[in-house]
Design a protein around this ligand. Structure first.
Ligand SMILES: [Zn+2]
Length: 167
């Protein structure tokens, strides 16, 4: 017998397997943006809760369309993707596997916030170069290939790299 819970778990892992439209090496699950799946009985309508990486992120539209397509292909007739703004996504939501992939891809993973301190995040965070590890990096552009990332350059090795904006 299939319980609704296992169906929801299956749908959640399907929705989470969708690649990030901006960074296809990462799945939405690894990015931490899929918050949950609800199945309403008896119609079987599926609602996926998705949190954008920042308010107004244009990638949310592509993510929603991809999730709808994957679930449609899996036989779900009615899919609604609901944007959930609270609690807000933070770079802490990126899974350890997601951080590893980001580093492999030459993108500086955002540093996990210090869980012990609830105080304001210092503005002088150094961004480490994913190529040589130097923290001597400079901001080239606040917007790189996508609005969610900034383009930086390493002063030590001169290599440019994308950096997820701190949220
Ligand atoms: Zn470097």
């Amino acid at each position: 017998m299939v319980t609704w819970t296992s169906v929801e778990e299956e749908l959640l892992s399907l929705a989470g397997s969708v690649p990030d439209p901006e960074l296809p090496v990462l799945t939405l699950e690894e990015l931490g943006v899929v918050r949950g799946v609800d199945v309403s009985e008896p119609e079987g309508r599926v609602t996926v809760r998705l949190t954008p990486t920042y308010t107004g992120c244009p990638a949310i539209e592509a993510m929603s369309a991809d999730i709808e397509r994957v679930l449609h292909n899996h036989g779900v007739a009615e899919v609604t993707v609901q944007t959930v703004l609270s609690p807000a996504w933070s770079t802490d939501d990126i899974s350890p596997e997601g951080r590893r992939k980001l580093a492999e891809f030459g993108i500086a993973p955002p540093r996990p916030h210090d869980a012990a301190s609830d105080g304001p995040v210092p503005l002088t965070l150094s961004v480490r170069c994913p190529h040589c590890g130097s923290t001597d990096t400079e901001l080239l552009s606040r917007f790189s290939s996508t609005a969610c990332k900034a383009l930086r350059r390493c002063v030590a090795c001169q290599e440019p790299f994308d950096h997820f904006k701190e949220l």
